[in-house]
Design a binder for this molecule. Structure first.
Ligand code: BGC
Length: 381
């Protein structure tokens, strides 16, 4: 196989994409009935903000390679992150975290140091699939994004955080909301834009989307990274085969972060050469920025397919809402693939143009996972 044929394995056509969109709508229909579906439709116990919420809150964001904490002030649709602190998971752990108990001890210490003498309500954005039992509590369903800690089974996430804060004597810091990053993004966008016609999505190390369910007014987390597209090719199978969680998060493995780099690497090696080392999203971004790179065209095809699949997912969600007399005008997106991966933004906009009669507006929500946690907190008071 030459590089051109390897790239062809990632080509997309409208018929297949519309089929994927149709499958997304079907999976939502099945999921909302509580039947087995590749879309989990997880409840958030939150409805969209009115725009009138205000106050000062602590926000914690744990969901990928970095952990961030911030003080967020809300007033009249305006969000101000007055201070933010960030540590990589590696930095926080000193490279030795084995279990969730220890992990949350370190997170509690990080939050406590950041807060200083000023406690308050804390919104916690936790970006992994969870079984949510209320606005403030959830148990981990599974780890994703190739991250895993031991004792990862049953534990109440905010309860664990609360008990570790308490052990530090910080009962003045009160974890009040636990939410997914997509939910945080939709909350922040709805607050700033004073709009309920919005969906929230992450295109980064992981992928996922949430929407507001018309029958209940509650934000539901689709866990759309777990959607299983039919158009998987031999390289998708290889990436899945070598991943930590085989058979799961199949859409995510076609569209997110380092998986995109691995797809390029496997496809390039099919040409018979073992010289190609593309392992990280950053390496892939460099190839995409370099027109003369041997793998440029192949990489572009992989990115184009990722954008096409995500646009098809958004179309599937739109059609589900349309059947219920609703829709959306705004797609609020955060994540490193959307923000930093060359060509992704443009391709996504092109496919939306192709699929929608009135294409929704995309708004970038860079860093809003923290803001949305504060907005969520504010809706409770
Ligand atoms: C997680 C989602 C999360 C997404 C984006 C996925 O791997 O399962 O909960 O929203 O990544 O961070």
């Amino acid at each position: 196989m030459d590089l051109k044929s390897a790239a062809e394995a990632f080509s997309v056509d409208e018929k297949n994409l519309l089929h994927e969109a149709h499958k997304v709508t079907d999976a939502m229909e099945t999921g909302i009935k509580g039947e087995k579906s590749s879309l989990a439709m997880l409840p958030s116990f939150l409805s969209l903000p009115s725009g009138l919420e205000k106050g000062s809150f602590l926000a914690l964001d744990f969901g990928g390679s970095n952990i961030r904490v911030a003080r967020v002030v809300l007033s009249k649709g305006q969000i101000m992150q007055t201070s933010v602190s960030k540590k990589s998971l590696k930095e926080l752990s000193g490279g030795t975290i084995g279990g969730t108990e220890e992990l949350f001890e370190k997170i509690a210490l990080f939050v406590s140091d950041f807060a200083g003498s000023e406690g308050g309500h804390l919104g916690h954005t936790f970006s992994y699939p969870v079984f949510q039992t209320g606005v403030n509590e959830a148990r981990l369903k599974k780890w994703t994004k190739e991250i895993s800690f031991s004792e990862s089974g049953i534990f109440g996430i905010n309860f664990l955080l609360y008990s570790k804060l308490k052990a530090l004597g910080r009962t003045d810091i009160v974890p009040s909301v636990l939410l997914n990053d997509t939910t945080a993004v939709i909350m922040a966008a709805a607050y700033q834009k004073s709009s309920k016609k919005v969906i929230g999505s992450i295109c980064g190390t992981g992928h996922n989307t949430c929407y507001c369910e018309p029958s209940t007014g509650m934000v539901l987390n689709l866990e759309s990274g777990n959607f299983a597209p039919d158009m998987r090719n031999e390289f998708d199978m290889m990436v899945d085969e070598q991943s930590a969680f085989k058979g799961e998060q199949l859409l995510e493995k076609m569209v997110a972060g380092d998986y995109l780099a691995r797809l390029v690497c496997f496809a390039a090696r099919k040409t018979g050469s073992d010289n190609y080392q593309v392992e990280t999203a950053r390496q892939l971004a460099d190839i995409l920025a370099d027109k003369s790179h041997e793998l440029h065209f192949l990489s572009k095809s992989v990115i184009r397919r990722a954008a096409a699949l995500i646009a098809a997912e958004y179309l599937g969600i739109y059609r589900y809402l349309e059947k219920r007399g609703e829709g959306f005008e705004i797609i609020a997106i955060d994540g490193s693939v959307y923000e930093k991966m060359p060509f992704f933004k443009e391709e996504l906009a092109n496919f939306l143009q192709e699929f929608f009669k009135n294409p929704p507006e995309i708004i970038s929500q860079q860093g809003q996972s923290l803001s949305g946690a504060a907005v969520a907190c504010a809706t409770l008071f």
